[in-house]
Design a protein. Structure first.
Lengths: 226, 226, 219
């Protein structure tokens, strides 16, 4: 579903990723942990096609059109309404108008966007904006979800809402895969089927959840972080 | 090809919608145009030089200033909203990004010129109506060239310090050949001389447009892909 | 022999050759009847303009090659060529007025070569400013390559503009800077001067390129 093979990248003379190789099959959710500067965001960008690595290959089944991206930025235009934003992104992903409208309605229902669907994004609260950003990521019905520290700045309520959404996405049928980069160890390990640790550009640990290794890894990381 | 243009149109529509929402861009460009024309008027000695000799230069210098001023905004908008990342993750061809911006910038600048031309005719008492059709054609021809190079160069400077200063420095050498052409043809039009005298310039303007739009479309992906 | 020292040799030879050409120009080439001794600056003027044009052309070519092959050596070459081009443009823009004043009585003339060199100067300056403003080497190389190609493509349009302008507004000055019917000895001096300047171009660029390589290894 997603794969990386010998990916190496550097920014100028500064190394970012070193020989990263892994595959993530459909139906799996990978929680990717690691200290700041480890290369987590870089890896996601390589998978999404934003960065072409110096060496190695990486990709996602279905190409860019299959990716739902939730990064640090909301990727919504502040001066347009939520509805206008969703229409725009839908059109950009070549979603046909009828399909777009029905999906918009479904997402609005599921994410409870109704009250502010026709308000400008700049006027929304953080939580509302986050829900709108998720809708944007899902408007084209992606099969792969890449999330880069989406829990940052969210309060407990919003964070658990987001967790539910990710769980919902992953469970919505086979053929979906998710990578979640996060510092939030609890949320991450709860949602994941696999756990990975990236340190100084290298994928030092990668294990399915539930194995002894993964539990140790989770604990070690938790201790290191706290 | 069709996909390229379709995506470009979706992008252009979005940019124009944003422009309509904020409105500050067009207003400041129009006000700026009026101010420049006023300065030109007070800067000359009416008894020394006939206005008809200076008029073509005044018109085009004004349009050039207004154009350079408006061009920097195009990619700034994207960066401000930090939606550029989202556009790059989407499956659209990078060239559509350029063509979309080109289209939006062209419409914007043509609008400013459409307001500026009557102002010019009024302030300098130039009989523009008689030659309105060919003049309009010339304005479109020259503006396409300006915007083609300007849009691409503004993509080069967004990430750079002092972007507002850099853009004019980089852009102006490129604008001079079409500018000279525009002035020469305008002078012929105002003085009622036959256009056959300036066929060479018109061909130059057309060639400039074709060459630079193609070159910019070809090279634009290099400015956004890492 | 390292690249740097090879470059130095070429530059030194070029300078010597240039000096020889000047000796020839000043003492062994006949004085031009109409313009007098001041005409001899033409032997400096024309080849400097040529070198500037060569520099821009090669910046463009190196830029294309960089974008195709992503070899940073092409980027280094383009940067070196731009710097050398700027230097030659400065030479041209200072000697041009020095020549124009005694011949035509004005410091600046909008003649074809001077105008073209002025444009090239602005393009080179812009190119260097852009490079100076981008810290990340990969981005800097890509962006400069794009600008370099644009600059190269603009040159024929500048030529064309100047040509069209002059046919529409013929200059009152009858004496053209590039008299096509030079007697043999003058022509030879001119050709030798071109050769000397080309050698200087190669020498300077080699040195600058080598220096650029050393810098990137240290930094």
């Amino acid at each position: 579903m997603l794969w990386a093979e010998g990916v190496r990248h550097s920014f100028g003379a500064v190394p970012a990723l070193e020989d990263v190789t892994f595959t993530l099959p459909a139906g799996h959710t990978l929680a990717l942990f690691g200290p700041n500067g480890a290369g987590k965001t870089t890896l996601l960008k390589v998978l999404a096609g934003l960065i072409r690595p110096r060496a190695g290959r990486a990709g996602v089944a279905g190409g860019r059109g299959a990716i739902g991206w939730i990064g640090h930025q909301s990727l919504l235009y502040g001066q347009l309404t939520v509805r206008e934003n969703l229409r725009f992104w839908g059109a950009l992903y070549r979603v046909r108008p009828e399909v777009r409208e029905s999906r918009l309605a479904t997402l609005a229902g599921r994410l409870d966007l109704g009250p502010f669907l026709d308000r400008r994004v700049a006027t929304l609260s953080r939580g509302q904006g986050q829900r709108a950003a998720v809708a944007r990521a899902l408007i084209h019905d992606p099969t792969v979800l890449l999330l880069d520290e989406p829990f940052t700045g969210l309060d407990r309520v919003a964070a658990s809402e987001l967790s539910e959404l990710v769980r919902g996405f992953a469970g919505a049928g086979d053929g979906r895969a998710t990578i979640l980069v996060t510092h939030n160890v609890d949320e991450g390990t709860d949602l994941a089927t696999d756990i990975g640790i990236l340190k100084a550009g290298r994928l030092v640990e990668l294990a399915p959840r539930g194995t002894r290794t993964a539990r140790e890894v989770g604990e070690r990381y938790r201790r290191a972080v706290s | 090809m069709g996909g390229l243009l379709r995506d470009a149109w979706v992008l252009a529509r979005k940019d124009l919608a944003l422009e309509v929402r904020t409105r500050t861009g067009i207003v400041s460009a129009v006000v700026f145009t009026a101010l420049v024309l006023t300065v030109f008027n007070f800067g000359r000695d009416p008894t020394a030089v006939a206005v008809i000799d200076l008029a073509p230069s005044i018109l085009w210098v004004t349009f050039t200033f207004a154009g350079v001023l408006s061009l920097n905004r195009a990619f700034q908008l994207e960066l401000e909203n930090q939606a550029l990342e989202g556009l790059l993750v989407s499956p659209i061809d990078r060239r559509s990004l350029y063509l979309g911006k080109l289209c939006a910038n062209l419409v914007f600048l043509l609008l400013v010129e459409a307001v500026g031309l009557p102002m010019f005719a009024l302030f300098f008492n130039v009989a523009v109506l008689k030659v309105l059709l060919p003049l309009a054609g010339l304005i479109v021809l020259a503006t396409v060239g300006f915007v083609a190079v300007g849009t691409l160069l503004s993509a080069l400077v967004i990430r750079v310090r002092f972007a507002e200063l850099m853009l004019p420095v980089l852009l102006l050498p490129f604008l001079i050949p079409p500018l000279i052409g525009a002035v020469q043809v305008t002078a012929r039009l105002f003085s009622g001389r036959p256009l056959s005298e300036v066929v060479g310039w018109l061909k130059l303007l057309l060639a400039y447009d074709i060459v630079f739009v193609s070159l910019a479309t070809l090279l634009f992906p290099a400015t956004v892909d890492e | 022999m390292t690249l740097q020292s090879r470059g130095r040799w070429i530059t030194a030879s070029g300078l010597l050759f240039l000096a020889a050409v000047y000796v020839r120009a000043i003492w062994f080439t006949p004085v031009e009847r109409l313009q007098g001794g001041a005409q001899k600056i033409f032997y400096l003027h024309a080849p400097a303009a040529w070198s500037t044009l060569l520099a821009m052309g090669l910046v463009g070519v190196a830029s294309i090659l960089y974008l195709l092959m992503k070899d940073e050596r092409f980027d280094r070459f383009a940067a070196a060529s731009a710097e050398v081009g700027t230097a030659f443009a400065c030479v041209m823009l200072t000697t041009g007025p020095l020549w124009a004043k005694p011949i035509w009585g004005t410091w600046w003339t909008w003649d074809a070569r001077l105008t073209l060199t002025l444009f090239l100067f602005f393009l080179f300056i812009g190119y260097q400013l852009l490079r100076g403003a981008i810290a990340e080497p990969g981005t800097r190389a890509r962006f400069s390559a794009v600008l370099g190609i644009f600059g190269m493509v603009l040159v024929p349009f500048i030529h064309l503009s100047v040509y069209l302008f002059r046919t529409l507004h013929p200059q009152p000055i009858v004496l053209k800077p590039s008299a096509p019917s030079l007697p043999d000895s003058m022509l030879l001096t001119l050709l030798l001067s071109f050769l000397a300047f080309t050698m200087l171009y190669v020498g300077f660029v080699t040195q600058r390129y080598a220096l650029g390589g050393a810098q990137s290894h240290v930094g």
